[in-house]
Structure formats: C-alpha cells, structure tokens
Design a protein around this ligand. Structure first.
Ligand code: ADP
Length: 334
C-alpha cells in the first residue's frame, strides 16, 4: 500500500529543493552533473534511431533537421537538463539532511557537556557532603537523620546512574562510544560487581549463587565497560526479583568464546515484549504507577557494549518464573 503521507512529504521536499539555488549550482552540487550525464544518452539514442530508420547519416545537418521536423526530439533533447534538475534537487535534499544531522550532533555534543558539567559536578559535591554528614564528620547526628541521609544517598545514586546512562547513549548515537580491549580475568570484574550489590541483595534477602568455574580462560574485553554490563544485568536481576528470590551467575566455555549468564527467578518478561527490551527507553511497565525505577536505557547500552566487543547478547524468560540474560565474549588468544 502506498504511504500517501510519506509520498506527499517527499514531493513537498522536492518542490522546496527546486526553489533553492544549490540545485542549479554545478560547482557546489555534484548530483547536478551526475543527472546531466545520465540524461545525455537519451537524445543521442532517440535521434540516432530516427536517423537510422530514415536512412540518414549521423551528421550535424541531419541532426538539426530531425530536431526541427520532429518536435518530440526537442523533448528528448531536454532530458539532460531535466535529469540534471531532478538529481540536483536530490543533492540539495541530501545536503540539507546532512547539515541538519550535523546541527543535531552539535546539539547533542553541547547537551553532553552540559549534562556532565552542570549536573554531574554539583551532584558529586552533594553526594560528598551527604556522606560527610552521615559519617558524623560535621557533628553528631541522630539515627533518624542517618536514615534520611541514607535515603538521600540512594536517590543521588539513582540520579547519577541516570545521568551516566544519558551520557552513554548520546555517545553511542554520535559514534563516540569506544571500547579498549584487553585480556581480562572476568572473575575479578564479576566479584567487584557482586560486592557492589551486597547490601541490596541482603536487603531483599536474595541468595546469590556464583557458578563461574575456576580457571575460566581470559576474555577479550574492556574492564570498565564489561563491569558496566555486569552491573546492568545484575542490577536488573536484583530489581526485578522479589524478596527471598535467587540469582545465579554462571559461565561456560564454548569453542572460541565464553558465555556468561545471569539468571533470576523474578517477575519474568512477557513473550511479546522480549524483542523490545533492548530498545532504548523501553520498559515493560512504563506507566506512571510502575513500581520499578529506571528509564529503560540500561539494556540498550549493554547491547551496544557487547556488540562493540563483537559479542552477542540474548535473553530467555518466562513470565512469573524468571529471566536468564546471557552474553558471549571472545576468548583471549594466548
Ligand atoms: P530499566 O531497568 O532502567 O527499566 P533496562 O533497559 O535495563 O531499563 O531494562 C528494560 C526493561 O526490560 C525493564 O524496564 C524491564 O521491563 C525489563 N527487564 C530487564 N531485565 C529484567 C529482568 N531481569 N527481569 C524482568 N524484566 C527485566
């Protein structure tokens, strides 16, 4: 079925381009020359055919007489110009799109530096002072005050995670997100991540099983970024697993790769939503009343990180039974 709206917008864009000087500027718009060259064979062939069937030689005089006796040839003769204009307009549209993209990239860059300087720096300062007061370094505090400061700290952590994710997604989109691959002992990264979640796990009384075999081969990975992958996946597992649940982290060698899995017996993901959870800003429950925090960027960033490692990430899940997120990384060749 023809998408009429799309068709109308293309026509509008084309007409707008016809009014722009760039469409007819042979020095600035290479598409114009391209169009003229494309149109060139048409009058040559049509006049050639007419002369051939009229048993006339391909001479300038015969060409001229053919053009003035058969007006359709004038139409064919105009084809290089027509093609030039059509292609020239396409060039203008393309140049404008390119310019708009550059402007958006510039805006994104500005946003990025604004976010990192104007939001992150004061947040770090606030976090520092809250910790300072909580530890009693600014004078004695009551149990109630400590409790409130702990809540404040948790909220600050959530906010800095969100800012970090926004910065990462902007970098990914502008192609500035890079990984530095080294031979890495993943056990090291994994145990740091587990330590980070120790308190959250205890709070929900979730038992964590480490099923990573000893002496696992090293993998080719960026320490910081793979740490981020573990943090995202384990963080989600903790978040979406109810109290007294279980989470396990496992790994297995499979030829030239090592597969890691984080399995939980939490709420699970509906079958028809599984394909969407790696999309940015997607959340299975995105209503205002949702009980889980976050903004739906973690898995999109995680997928990008794994893809930058030339790895693979996938998920198996059953609603109400739990989820298993797995990713594969290449072994480090000795
Ligand atoms: P966020 O956690 O910030 O919402 P993510 O990109 O990490 O964003 O995850 C996207 C969505 O995928 C989540 O909102 C949730 O609906 C679903 N999801 C991710 N991990 C799990 C999990 N372990 N169990 C159930 N649902 C999950």
């Amino acid at each position: 079925m023809i998408n009429l709206e799309l068709f109308a917008s293309i026509v509008k864009e084309f007409i707008r381009a016809l009014r722009k000087g760039n469409t007819y500027n042979i020095r600035k718009n290479s598409y114009l020359i391209f169009g003229i060259l494309w149109g060139m064979p048409i009058p040559i062939v049509t006049i050639g055919i007419a002369l051939y069937y009229g048993n006339m030689a391909f001479s300038p005089a015969n060409i001229f007489s053919e053009i003035i006796t058969d007006p359709i040839q004038v139409f064919f003769l105009m084809h290089p110009i027509l093609f030039g204009i059509v292609f020239g307009a396409m060039g203008t549209v393309r140049d404008e799109k390119e310019r708009q993209k550059q402007e958006v990239d510039q805006l994104k860059d500005n946003f990025l530096s604004m976010v990192s300087h104007e939001l992150w720096s004061p947040l770090t300062t606030v976090q520092g002072y809250v910790t300072f007061i909580k530890e009693g370094k600014a004078g004695p505090i009551s149990r109630k005050q400590r409790e409130f400061l702990e809540i404040t700290n948790e909220e600050i952590d959530d906010l800095s995670t969100l800012i970090g994710e926004l910065v990462d997604i902007s970098r990914i989109e502008s192609g500035k997100f890079e990984v530095k691959l080294d031979c890495l002992d993943i056990e090291n990264v994994e145990s740091r991540t587990v330590d980070f979640f120790r308190q959250a796990l205890e709070k929900k009384n979730i038992s964590l099983k480490n099923e990573i075999p000893r002496h696992l081969p090293y993998v080719l990975a960026d320490r910081k970024r793979i740490g981020q992958v573990f943090t995202n996946l384990l963080g989600n597992a903790v978040k979406f697993t109810p109290e007294n649940g279980t989470i396990s982290i496992s790994a297995r060698e499979n030829g030239k790769i090592v597969e890691f899995s984080i399995t939980d017996n939490g709420i699970g993901i509906p079958e028809d939503k599984i394909d969407k959870i790696f999309d940015k800003f997607y959340q299975v429950d995105s209503t205002n009343e949702r009980q889980y925090n976050g903004c739906g960027l973690g898995l999109a960033i995680t997928k990008n990180i794994i893809e930058l490692h030339k790895g693979k990430i996938w998920v198996e899940s059953k609603i109400g039974l739990g989820s298993k997120f797995s990713f594969a990384l290449q072994k480090c060749s000795p």
